[in-house]
Design a protein around this ligand. Structure first.
Ligand code: ADP
Ligand code: MG
Length: 678
């Protein structure tokens, strides 16, 4: 690290230093590592190489006197013909009338701009007079603040490299670089700041991405190793024969995939190290029963189990179904949410701390201070990505270091699973219970609403029920989208012979429960709702899911919503009502109609939206990468993970001089604090 202040770089005074500091640049190393966020391509091209609408640089001779026209408000248009090779094209320059006198017939000129292939016209953004200097072929563009210019930034960086050349330390030892033929750090940074070609740029980028992902994975692997060491001796001695009896008591046969993940989980429970496992499976793949088996196993080991879910509706539902499953086995299941109040709450907490309650189902309420388990052995969280990283941690620290299982119905693309959950083991249910009919999905424009409603009526006549999802609760002035309250009013009229329920997040939780109860009991046939029903709700008789303004939802969310139907033996349908304006939106609708496979969808979603948006917020715990891109650098990520895992578990990594700088950096970042170096 070159920790010298940036004022050591010639040309950077106190004032500029202040501006650079506001951009997060404090020392010379920061400056050298402040990478361009994009590049201008000034490499000369042949006309035939340029795509329609592409921005490109071409060279030729001026073939006509430029003509200038003025418009109102000081606007102007300068145009002239240019001969490029054997082609004659038109060059147009807006609002720079002064260039007229500088452009003369027969002159050689290099121009950059947007190419219109049909009109053979280049709309010029840059003109280069005289000979085109070679070092200006690919120009880095930096994000800058205040009075700083891109040009100044380039000058500073150039100067810094001049002064500090040969001093930039490389954390990657030669041994590692050789394996992948990676350039040294200093060379790679130069390739990023002053690329001679896009190939060179790519090579530099590859090296820096590898380094960044390697460090990221060091953290993951060290945390994982530490976690294992910490949790030794936490073996949960369950009773296998009782667990088998419980499995036999289920009303159905477990799928092969369910059996496999049950074994993986049971093995973790009996292992001496603490379980830290992610269970992923598509909506309806049957995760709840797997959770029930694991909880039951914990109880046979005389330990308590907890199931934490993100919403009260879901907590209530899981509570009911677990109570049902465990009834023949005489197990006490209780519910704790924020609406469990007063005396009941007190009593519940008391019974829990005395160990009278064996399985506790609840919301975030479970991780509050006042909640005290007697001997918590297993914690399961459902739809875990809705819980923040910190909540996950608090939960893990409850009780005597319980085993932890995270469940998610949003299949996580492999690349994200490695990154966000690289410190966990992953189990996957990739088979659906037999006899399920894939949901048929249609995409309808708003104009076809009437036909959609008729379709709903037909299903209701056959005894089925329908969900209608709206993006908003109330009418909004800003966006013209369907809101639940209005739609509820309309549909109540249209379907006056049936009951239409209304559900949204602003209802009190007891009201929500009541609506849900009515829908589950078929006391209302249509449920108009916002996305609060998205997670987990199970009403097998509902066979239609209609989603208004579907283009406003991401693929994962649409898939979750769609997963509310198709839970029984009847054929189910999903209708997306959408007139997407963007191509990406249309693509999403198309993908939805083409596949019901959650894994496929999540990969597509990641491609369309990028990793940041995938989890919806910053809770994912994913770091912001400077160079690496989780989608496109997937291969590098995998390599980095394997390398990091191998190194962290080797002796040489902890002792050899060639890894000293890596250790130093990790120590500075606090990663090695917890690691016992023995
Ligand atoms: P998930 O939580 O994964 O979305 P659930 O656990 O809610 O799915 O299961 C969906 C439905 O499938 C439930 O009604 C459940 O009883 C049923 N189910 C689970 N496993 C099986 C199985 N192996 N065979 C048949 N039905 C099953
Ligand atoms: Mg579930």
């Amino acid at each position: 690290m070159i920790t010298e202040s940036i004022t050591a770089v010639q040309g950077i005074g106190e004032k500029k230093a202040e501006e650079l500091a506001s951009m997060g640049i404090f020392n010379v190393q920061d400056l050298l590592e402040y990478l361009p966020y994009r590049y201008e391509d000034y490499q000369k091209k042949d006309l035939s190489e340029i795509a329609h609408d592409e921005k490109a640089t071409i060279e030729g001779k001026v073939h006509s006197e430029p003509s200038l026209r003025y418009f109102p408000k000081k606007k102007s248009r300068l145009s002239f013909r240019m001969l490029i090779g054997k082609y004659l094209i038109t060059a147009v320059i807006f609002n720079r009338p002064f260039l007229k006198s500088q452009i003369t017939l027969g002159q050689s000129l290099t121009i950059t701009g947007k190419w219109d292939r049909n009109k053979m016209t280049l709309t010029v953004s840059d003109v280069h007079f005289g000979t085109f200097s070679d070092d200006r072929k690919i120009e880095p563009v930096y994000s800058v603040k205040g009075t700083l210019h891109g040009k100044t930034m380039r000058k500073f960086i150039f100067q810094a490299f001049k002064q500090f050349s040969g001093q930039i330390p490389d954390p990657l030892p030669e041994k590692l670089r050789e394996v992948y033929r990676l350039p040294e750090k200093e060379a790679a940074l130069k390739m990023m700041h002053f690329p001679e070609s896009f190939q060179v740029l790519k090579a530099g980028r590859r090296r820096l991405a590898y380094e960044e992902l390697l460090f990221f994975q060091f953290k993951m692997q060290i945390f994982r190793k530490w976690n294992r060491q910490q949790s030794e001796g936490a073996s949960l001695l369950y009773d296998r024969s009782r667990v088998d009896l419980f499995i036999q008591s289920l009303p159905f046969q477990l799928t092969e995939a369910q059996l496999r993940v049950v074994e993986e989980i049971l093995k973790d429970l009996s292992d001496t190290s603490r379980m830290n496992r992610l269970l992923q499976g598509d909506v309806g793949s049957g995760k709840t029963v797997v959770a029930a088996i694991a909880l039951y196993a914990a109880v046979t080991a005389n330990r308590q189990g907890a199931l934490m879910v993100p919403t009260e509706i879901l907590a209530e539902q899981h509570f009911q179904s677990l109570k049902e499953l465990f009834k023949p086995f005489g197990i006490t299941v209780a519910l704790l949410t924020s609406s469990v109040k007063g005396k009941l709450r007190k009593e519940t907490l008391r019974l829990l701390s005395e160990g009278e309650i064996q399985i506790m189902v609840g919301t975030h309420a479970l991780i509050q201070e006042e909640v005290d388990f007697k001997n918590l052995g297993l914690v399961i969280t459902d739809e875990q990505h809705r819980f923040g990283v910190n909540q996950r941690r608090v939960l893990r620290e409850k009780g005597e270091k319980p085993d932890v299982l995270f469940m998610t119905a949003t299949p996580i693309p492999r690349t994200l699973a490695i990154s966000a959950f690289g410190d966990m083991d992953v189990s996957t249910i990739d088979v659906m219970p037999a006899g399920r009919k894939p949901i048929i999905t249609h995409w309808a424009k708003h104009g076809m609403l009437e036909r959609v409603l008729d379709f709903i009526r037909k299903e209701i006549v056959n005894g089925r029920q329908a969900y209608v999802i709206c993006p908003l609760i109330e009418e909004s002035e800003k966006v013209d989208v369907q809101n639940a309250i209005d739609v509820h009013a309309q549909l109540s009229q249209y379907f006056h012979e049936y009951e239409v329920g209304l559900m949204h997040g602003r209802l009190h939780s007891s009201e929500k429960d009541e609506v849900m109860r009515q829908f589950a009991a078929n006391q209302c046939q249509i449920l108009v709702s916002t996305t609060v029903v998205e997670v987990g709700v199970n009403v097998p008789n509902a066979t239609i899911m209609v989603i208004y303004d579907a283009e406003r939802f991401g693929l994962s969310q649409l898939h979750q919503l769609r997963g509310r139907v198709g839970r029984g033996s009847e054929q189910s349908y999903c209708v997306l009502i959408a007139d997407p304006k963007t191509e990406e939106g249309q693509e999403r609708m198309r993908i939805m109609t083409e596949t019901t496979n959650g894994f496929e969808l999540s990969e597509k979603d990641l491609e369309l939206r990028g990793p940041g948006d995938f989890f919806g917020n910053k809770q994912s715990g994913l770091p912001a990468f400077k160079v690496a891109d989780l989608v496109h650098d997937y291969r590098i990520l995998e390599t980095a993970r394997n390398d990091a895992a191998k190194l962290v578990n080797s002796d040489e990594f902890w002792t050899d001089e060639m890894y000293a700088l890596i250790r130093e950096i990790l120590t500075n970042e606090g990663v090695l604090d917890k690691e016992r170096l023995d």
